[in-house]
Write a protein that binds this ligand. Sequence first.
Ligand SMILES: Cc1ncc(COP(=O)(O)O)c(C=O)c1O
Length: 388
Amino acid sequence: MKPETQAIRIQTEQTSQKEHSTPLYLTSSFTFDDAEQMRAAFADESDDNIYSRFSNPNSQELIDKMCALEGAADGYVTASGMSAVFASFMALLKSGDHILSSGSVFGSTHTVIAKFLPRWGITHTYADMNKPEEWERLIQKNTKMIFVETPSNPGLDIIDLAWLGTLAKKHSVILNVDNCFATPALQTPIAWGADLVTHSATKYIDGQGRVLGGIVVGRKDLIQEIYTFCRSTGPALSPFNAWVLSKSLETLSLRMEKHSENALKLAERLQHNKELDWLKYPMLPSHPQFEIAKKQMRMGGGVITFQLKGGIERGRKFLNALKMASLTANLGDTRTIATHPASTTHAKLTDAERMATGITPGLVRISVGLENSTDILADIEQAIHHSK
Ligand SMILES: Cc1ncc(COP(=O)(O)O)c(C=O)c1O
């Protein structure tokens, strides 16, 4: 079966009620018929569910679907994207290890790598996503993991996954890819050599801005370590959120096609707008890694970024002039969302820190929704015009 079909057809075993849609297993723990069955479950001699911090049928359905979509051997689901990222670090890295990543990662991921990992003796180096020729030289003897986001949030930097997969194999380093922006509907990093794929399921996987969730899938031996870490430390996804996310996967590929179509239309329309210094979208020939994007992504995804002329104040005026797009910190929703990082999420950083993470004063990120593209274009264009 094709992955889109599996995302619809993989389902928890039907109960005696003969339900068509998977029921919600809202239970903390599971019962056993006798002491021997319980002993065997605790001894890992059976797959019986024990406790929802370890496993739950709703979580397992979501894991099975994500493994089918990403082409992964195994997975684990967590309460948020950040707990998935954190678990993938804590389960696999130890004091004395080094992680190679880049400044082009989500803000909280940067905080974990730069602020918290050093507390446990794990060091890092940031390489430039736009200078792949520098990456190999930055791999150290103790480098254990390479962690990248492609496309990155919010800069939409892209890195060649086939090349990075080969580099990671050559140096026996774990390649961990945050696939949040593309989703497996548009890009499957394992096919290019990644060992692990992490997700904020809060974004496109939910797709309607309702629940938080995180997913990590990949090599069985690595997932086993992550499972062991999570089973004891407790970042488990709630069964309710797993149920919502599993249902959402049924429409992921359709939604990602429409997000990408709408975003491409908006990007093509705005790319020559005189009020913008530049505009970035993976599937525009002007994107610095357009050729790589075409090779490894089926479509460009739903996020575009642009730089408004006029700095921070212009960005604030633009947000105020929007009539339909939502002002909110999320992305990957059916509803179009606009954010201005310099005056909001990254406002506490110094100018130098903002520039180092690619947050220029007039940078605007649009998460293009599923509304009719005419309405999206009209709202963004009128807001650019009225922010002058
Ligand atoms: C690329 C990326 N990774 C991870 C996260 C963290 O996910 P969550 O908010 O679900 O913890 C985000 C959130 O915006 C993200 O954009």
